[in-house]
Design a protein around this ligand. Structure first.
Ligand code: PLP
Length: 403
């Protein structure tokens, strides 16, 4: 049992950066004024929120007036999508993809039940979208397109600039779930034809419970939360000043570190991938090897089960994610891997390793030394070895994680 946590699950959530914690502490201790109050004590909270708005806007090439603070990425996604649909009530068609985060995917499924027509665009074997498919899906009835900037499971980066251009030409609003992309790759909204963009604090070293939504100047907007006049009437509720200050500080830090993410973090990820593929036979990388976040690797090992890998990694203090969930006794590979058509015997043995700027070469070495042994051990006891690639769970595979 290792005492130290080796954290390779930064697409699930991230550590709060020490600088971010320092920035928010005064607003938890002494500076508790309500930004809406008139006295100068509260004015300091108001100034801090204004500064955080500038820092958040600065990271993504937006203007401060285009940023509204929310409670999380999910709220930002819901606000944008529901707002756009309400702003175009005569149009009843919504387009998104099969590989979205549940924050968008479940909302799409809900909208279907509410009478909307929803197109969930398919992806190819590497998780890529076809722009032709998108162009063909747009009709006169289409109100909104929502496509993620980068996928949380595979790290795939989607061509949001080209998609945005297509939407502009066809007079369709365009929302981007950029929760995984912000802070990891450069984003300049001045140059991108995007109407709404969602981000989340806890994915970029701010605490949980804060997010932001970019609403392009001039884009239609209908509030999700109504009440007080906070956020210029666009999102009622007293501002979570400490969290907002933290998000601003995290965005300012991310702006400094984006090049580091793309050099040092990328090099660590690439080294890890290269060595795992060299040492473990019958392993494949899921996703687009070129258009991919610098920190993410989704790897599948034939004949093993993802949750079993996670349990064994956990004994070494290594945190990671798997693309399959053992629910109600049956193994369901992730909707992303299923949409990509990853064969059954690989999809179940998928593992997501996602790095951050706090990971070290020593940690990569530790994972490289540990994981091959785990896979060898699991393959020795695997119930899948006799199964064909296109077998389904009903063909007799036991749920290993139930044992
Ligand atoms: C984490 C995540 C979300 C949800 O963000 P929360 O702040 O946890 O609500 C949405 N989209 C993507 C791509 C994510 O990775």
């Amino acid at each position: 049992m290792s005492a130290k946590t080796v954290y390779f699950d930064n697409n699930a959530t991230t550590a709060v950066a020490p600088e971010v914690l320092e920035a928010m502490l005064p607003f938890l201790r002494d500076q508790y004024g309500n930004p809406s109050s008139m006295y100068s004590f509260a004015g300091r909270s108001q100034e801090a929120v204004a500064r955080a708005r500038e820092q958040t806007a600065g990271l993504i090439g937006a203007s401060p007036e285009e940023i509204l603070f929310t409670s999380c990425g999910t709220e930002s996604d819901s606000t944008a999508i529901l707002s756009a649909l309400r702003a175009r009530p005569e149009k009843k068609h919504f387009i998104t993809t099969r590989v979205e985060h549940p924050a968008v995917l479940s909302l799409g499924q809900y909208l279907e039940k509410q009478g909307y027509t929803v197109s969930f665009l398919a992806v190819d074997g590497k998780g890529r979208l076809s722009l032709d498919d998108l162009a063909a899906a747009i009709t006169k009835d289409t109100a909104l397109v929502s496509v993620m900037f980068a996928n949380n499971e595979t790290g795939n980066i989607y061509p949001v600039e080209a998609i945005g251009k297509l939407c502009r030409e066809r007079d369709v609003l365009f929302h981007v779930d950029a929760v995984q992309a912000v802070g990891k790759i450069p984003i300049d909204l001045q140059a991108l034809p995007i109407d709404y963009l969602a981000l989340s604090g806890h994915k970029l070293h701010a605490p949980k419970g804060v997010g932001a939504l970019y609403v392009r100047r001039g884009a239609p907007f209908r509030p999700f939360l109504r009440g007080g006049h906070q956020e210029r009437g666009r999102r009622a509720g007293t501002e979570a000043v400490p969290n907002i200050v933290a998000l601003g500080a995290a965005c300012a830090l991310a702006a400094e570190h984006t090049s580091d993410e793309n050099t040092r973090v990328r090099a660590l990820r690439d080294k890890l991938q290269e060595r795992l593929l060299a040492e473990i036979p019958e392993a494949i990388i899921n996703g687009d090897p070129e258009q991919r976040l610098p920190n993410t690797m989704n790897i599948s090992f034939k004949y093993v089960e993802g949750e079993a890998i996670l349990l064994m990694l956990d004994q070494f203090g290594i945190c990671a994610s798997s693309g399959s969930a053992c629910t109600s006794g049956s193994l369901e590979p992730s909707h992303v891997l299923r949409a990509m058509g990853v064969p059954f015997t690989y999809a179940h043995g998928s593992l997501r390793l996602s790095l951050s700027r706090y990971n070290t070469q020593e940690e990569v070495d530790f994972v490289t030394a540990t994981l091959p042994k785990i896979i060898t051990r699991l393959r020795e006891i695997s119930p899948y070895k006799h199964l064909a690639d296109d077998a389904s769970p009903g063909d007799g595979a036991a749920c290993a994680c139930q044992a």
